[in-house]
Design a protein around this ligand. Structure first.
Ligand code: AMP
Ligand code: MG
Length: 471
């Protein structure tokens, strides 16, 4: 069972609301992450009891279920939000005292649900489980999933769907929106409290820095920059990079309308609600900077009690961030082509390839696999004279193939594979989902037997494909 603590509840009660999950008439686990249970040192002595706990029908010893209050900028506009369909059961401590939030997503309405039902469809929770685990296996920090349990509660969207609860695990669910909430609706003392709490929990080394607040901010920003540049490396589009979905622990989370890109195009958007393409693939690093700036604004009173001085200092901190994300992004792209050094020649050849991938509508993942593994996967032929010329120039620079194989995934959760597996699963056949989870476990190693999973979708699939947010 879990070893639960409740440190979040030591914060003022403005930060949360105690909740009771809604009753689930059936308790049917459909995905159960045994490896992850083991990693977290959760010994399952009574599986049936644990299932009841993870669907919300029973309270774990030591648990005081609650949901978190937060605000956030959604598509650029400030709004009060909060966990509308997620209930924390506590913080699990592993054997070596690592702390993880355990959250039930889809366990019914909370104080912050507004007009929502607090429920989640089985399909969307299976999707979150699949993609979050895939991100973890790609080596990219992410929320993870312990289980998906069917509830027997109907979820009404455009039609009725099966409901399910996902157990989401993160180092912490504190987000930029948590700070925005307290900065707008709280006192300076409450801002200090959440800041101290977050530093203690997530960035303890900042405490001994000459300037703890700035050190906290810079560490957070560096980790977020690394995170988003890794998304760029593997072709991941988060889809809803609102500030409430930007975690202070720098873990990818809130898997709503996210998707992986097939053909390279910086303007790629799949989310049905992103009509202005704010969160397009190529915009993610600049959007991150926007989100980081919103976070920095909340810290201004702690940076310097004199507002003008605080703003001056913040401008300086943002300059650091600005040059940092350009540097980290460039390095990720250089690495994808086997370069460790940032030289003019190397950068030029990277830029040329991106231009050619766009022009020739090449598959992003397969182009890099073809180059790093010397195998020709579909959708990324280098036969065009322009590409051949580029290849010769690149090859003469002696790229490091070993580095390339570490940086370029072969297997990603392609949209058509994900949809196919999820549609089968909601119809009761889990084989294709289990298989896809297996393929995505070792994404960097090419295996002939999994070759079918490298094939991009037909063009018409991509043209019509849309992803959805709160399903
Ligand atoms: P998201 O787009 O997942 O970041 O969600 C935005 C906000 O809507 C958050 O405050 C969520 O908790 C809330 N929300 C999303 N789906 C539901 C739902 N089915 N019921 C209640 N609140 C929801
Ligand atoms: Mg969210």
């Amino acid at each position: 069972m879990f070893r639960l603590d409740n440190s979040y509840l030591t914060l003022p009660d403005k930060f949360y609301s105690k909740e009771t999950p809604e009753y689930a008439p059936i308790v049917r686990p459909v995905l159960w992450n045994l490896d992850f249970f083991n990693e977290l040192n959760i010994h399952v002595d009574d599986k049936e009891e644990l299932q009841k706990i993870l669907v919300g029908n029973q309270t774990h010893i030591g648990s005081t279920p609650f949901s978190q209050a937060y605000a956030g900028h959604q598509f650029g506009h400030f709004t009060m939000l909060g966990d509308g369909r997620a209930i924390h059961i506590g913080e699990h401590l592993t054997k070596d005292n690592k702390r993880f939030d355990i959250q039930l997503k889809g366990a019914g309405p909370t104080t912050y649900s507004r007009s929502g039902d607090g429920r989640a469809t089985l399909k969307s929770m299976l999707r979150e489980y699949l993609i979050s685990e895939a991100m973890h296996c790609l080596g990219i920090p992410s929320s993870r999933s312990l289980a998906v349990i069917k509830t027997g509660n109907d979820v009404q969207r455009e039609t009725f769907h099966d409901g399910a609860v996902l157990t989401r695990v993160m180092k912490s669910h504190i987000r930029v929106g948590t700070f925005e909430y307290i900065s707008h609706f709280g006192s300076l003392d409450e801002l200090k409290k959440i800041t101290d709490y977050t530093i203690d929990r997530l960035y303890p080394s900042a405490k001994s820095a000459t300037n703890p607040i700035e050190s906290f901010f810079l560490q957070f920003a560096e980790q977020q920059i690394n995170l988003v540049c890794n998304w760029m490396r593997v072709g991941f589009i988060h889809g809803v990079m609102n500030t409430d979905n930007t975690s202070i622990s720098a873990e990818t989370f809130d898997y709503g309308p996210c998707a992986f890109m097939n053909n390279y195009h910086p303007a790629t958007v799949f989310s049905s609600i992103d009509s202005n393409s704010r969160y397009a693939f190529g915009s993610q690093p600049t959007i991150l900077k926007w989100n980081i700036t919103r976070f920095l604004e909340t810290l201004l009173p702690l940076i310097d009690p004199n507002k003008d001085k605080a703003v001056e200092r913040a401008k300086y901190l943002l300059e650091i961030i600005d040059s940092s994300w350009r540097e980290v992004l460039a390095l990720n792209m250089l690495n994808k082509l086997g370069f460790q050094e940032r030289s003019k020649v190397n950068l030029k050849i990277v830029d040329e390839l991106f231009r050619l991938m766009l022009k020739h509508k090449l598959d992003y993942t397969n182009t890099f696999v073809n180059l790093s593994h010397n195998i020709e996967l579909s959708g990324a032929s280098l036969n065009h004279p322009e590409l051949k010329l580029w290849f010769e120039k690149w090859d003469q620079l002696v790229p490091n193939k070993e580095l390339m194989q570490q940086k370029n995934p072969v297997f990603i959760p392609r949209n058509h594979l994900v949809e196919g597996a999820l549609n089968d699963a909601v119809n009761g056949n889990f084989q294709s989902l289990f298989k896809l989870l297996e393929v995505l476990k070792k994404p960097y190693k090419y295996l002939d037997e999994f070759a079918a999973y490298t094939i991009p979708p037909e063009t018409h699939f991509e043209q019509n494909y849309q992803t959805y947010c709160g399903t």
